[in-house]
Design a protein around this ligand. Sequence first.
Ligand code: GRF
Length: 212
Amino acid sequence: MNVGVLCSGSGTNLQALIDKAAKGELGPARLTVVGSNVPDCAALARARAAALPTFVIDHRDYKTRATFDQALLAAMRSHQVDLLVLAGFMRVLGDEVLAAFPQRVVNIHPTLLPAFPGVHAHKQTYDYGVKIAGCTVHFVDGGVDTGPIIAQAAVGVQDDDDEEAMRARILVEEHRLLPAVVRAIAERRVIVEGRRVRVLTAKSSREVIRSL
Ligand code: GRF
């Protein structure tokens, strides 16, 4: 399964995918291309360092969301992308892209959704004073961080944490969760039933296949 990754920032989640792929731990998922809307972001440098093809589609060059989306779509198609992973991609995708990748666009968000969707998620989480924070990998639908949840990981917030310490602890879990979900999707172990998503273990998935 060909995986295209879209990023806008530092790209540590992209790096986690790259590192897993290098160790042969992404199963049949293959990183095919990395795209960004931010021409000089660190994520692109990470992709280049890993010898992955990259492209930049700068949203400021497009008058409408629709034309931006069409350019993204064309780039994904030219790299024969099957699964689109948003790893710190700071643009909302439109209907045309989502329709082209049904249940094949995933996003990582640094909260336990549905708590604290949208931007400034860490600040929202920290300022609210929650004791359990975390991260979510979910399918992308037309809303902001509203699609069906695939996997979540919880992280305790300590009394002496500042926002940065909390962010760092969440990030460790992000780097574990996102590659695991990408691998599970590529291994066809992710079953979507409306809003409920089941991730079969490798073992149970063999049992399901045997029983078919
Ligand atoms: C992560 O916190 C992710 O959850 C959010 O954006 C951030 C991206 O970080 N969607 P990085 O670019 O992967 O380092």
